[in-house]
Design a protein around this ligand. Structure first.
Ligand SMILES: [Zn+2]
Length: 282
């Protein structure tokens, strides 16, 4: 007999009343269940079988299966039921299956536990929707499982916070070498987007700050924000390298001008050692 609900509220109330499996019970039942193992944990199968016995949909389908000739339901014979019953079978233990997969009754705790096991647990690695779905579908079925899986994963707090790094791995944080004398090791900073100022007719809006790491003496070299890597390299060469030929290493931040292109140019002028700080230790 199909259950006819008077209203949505009535339907929800019924669902709440029917939630016989507690979170704790579901957890206990699912002990030993492993998404990567083909066999379903016995305790979990027992719980599913037991809960199927009180589930309106499962009991209805079971009844229909028992009265059918061959234990298989075909859509043809049940046109009047409205919904397809095809694919449902009873196994030897009396477990209702859909296309060979255990039908999980509408017990929220059980479904939550399965989603947890197949997405968050130690054997699951916060897989994406497709992978989680594929693994769950090897053994289980419940109406609306696609929606449940999608909703569970899109609201998973761990998945929300995982940003897949798209940059090269960070270098090791090694202490910088201690300079042994003045103007051997310098640090570079490029301060840009400053208000315009002029020297003669030349316009400047950026400063290249070069600090000697031994004496802490700083050199401020006027330049422009839009300076290209080759000019920047030339500027550095003229103002620092030619004046302090003892230069051995440089530490700089991550301004793109002071990264690869710049160094490629600097190398054409000199043999100073590249020693980029933190994110650009190479
Ligand atoms: Zn996740």
């Amino acid at each position: 007999m199909p259950i006819v609900e008077d209203s949505k509220a009535g339907h929800l109330l019924k669902l709440v009343r029917l939630q016989a499996v507690t979170r704790k019970g579901a957890k206990k039942a699912a002990q030993g269940e492993n998404p990567l193992v083909d066999k379903t944990a016995p305790g979990l199968l027992d719980q599913i079988l037991q809960s199927q016995g009180t589930d309106p949909l499962c009991t209805r389908l079971k009844k229909e299966l028992c009265t059918s000739q061959n234990g298989h339901l075909s859509q043809k014979g049940h046109v009047n039921q409205g919904a397809s019953r095809e694919g449902y079978t009873l196994n030897q233990q009396g477990l209702l299956c859909y296309k060979g997969r255990a039908v999980v009754p509408a017990q929220k705790a059980l479904i939550q536990e399965l989603l947890y096991l197949y997405h968050d647990d130690q054997f699951a690695g916060h897989w994406g929707i497709n992978k989680t779905k594929e693994l769950l579908e090897r053994k289980f079925y419940w109406p609306g499982m696609d929606v449940d899986i999608r909703e569970y994963i899109t609201t998973c707090s761990v998945c929300q916070n995982i940003a897949i790094p798209r940059h090269k791995p960070y270098g090791k944080l090694e202490p910088l070498p201690v300079p042994l004398g003045p103007w051997q090791e310098v640090s570079l900073d490029f301060i840009t987007q400053l208000p315009k100022s002029y020297i003669g007719t030349a316009e400047y809006d950026a400063i290249l700050v070069v600090v000697d790491r031994y004496t802490k003496m700083a050199k401020f070299i006027p330049t422009t924000t839009n300076i290209a890597a080759p000019e920047f390299a030339a500027l550095f060469h003229e103002n620092i390298e030619l004046k302090y030929s003892s230069l051995k290493g440089i530490v700089s931040d991550q301004d793109t001008r002071i990264t690869s292109k710049f160094w490629a140019k600097v190398y054409t002028y000199s043999l100073i050692k590249q020693r980029l700080s933190t994110t650009f230790h190479l």
